[in-house]
Design a protein around this ligand. Structure first.
Ligand code: AMP
Ligand code: ZN
Length: 120
């Protein structure tokens, strides 16, 4: 098993290529892939390869802040590639009340339609 991987985590398995996903970007630190149940015409998830349970686990260390900044940069790069110039939304669900269902940090990139506010 790779360092930083959780053996029963579906997103760790996608990162490792052990279960299939439509990958749109990958590097040493991060992977982006299409959401299996899209909530918008463009719905992409960006994850760190390292198993981090949620954004709530991110502290103040330079390494953690750099990682989150890197994930945001990937989201913006994907938004440009997907031609979301009219706008898009980045969502990070945290914990049960936040609507998080997969306990591996992920940023949702949603676009291609008008988003609504407030979210449900
Ligand atoms: P969240 O509710 O914020 O934890 O988001 C989890 C997201 O992961 C949902 O939008 C799911 O549709 C998506 N998802 C779950 N399993 C997979 C998978 N195997 N491949 C791609 N996306 C997935
Ligand atoms: Zn994981």
């Amino acid at each position: 098993m790779l360092k930083g991987m959780s053996s029963d985590c579906i997103f760790c398995k996608i990162s490792a290529g052990e279960i299939p996903a439509k990958k749109l970007y990958e590097d040493e630190q991060a992977v982006a892939f299409a959401d299996i149940d899209p909530k918008a015409p463009v719905h992409i998830l960006v994850i760190p390869r390292q198993h981090i349970g949620s954004l709530a686990e991110i502290g103040a260390s330079e390494q953690e802040k750099t990682l989150v900044g890197h994930l945001l940069g990937i989201v913006n790069q994907l938004a440009r590639e997907q031609k979301l110039g009219k706008g898009y939304r980045i969502v990070v669900n945290i914990g049960p009340d936040g609507g998080q269902t997969v306990d591996h940090l992920h940023l949702h990139l949603l676009g291609g339609r008008q988003m609504h506010w407030p979210p449900g």
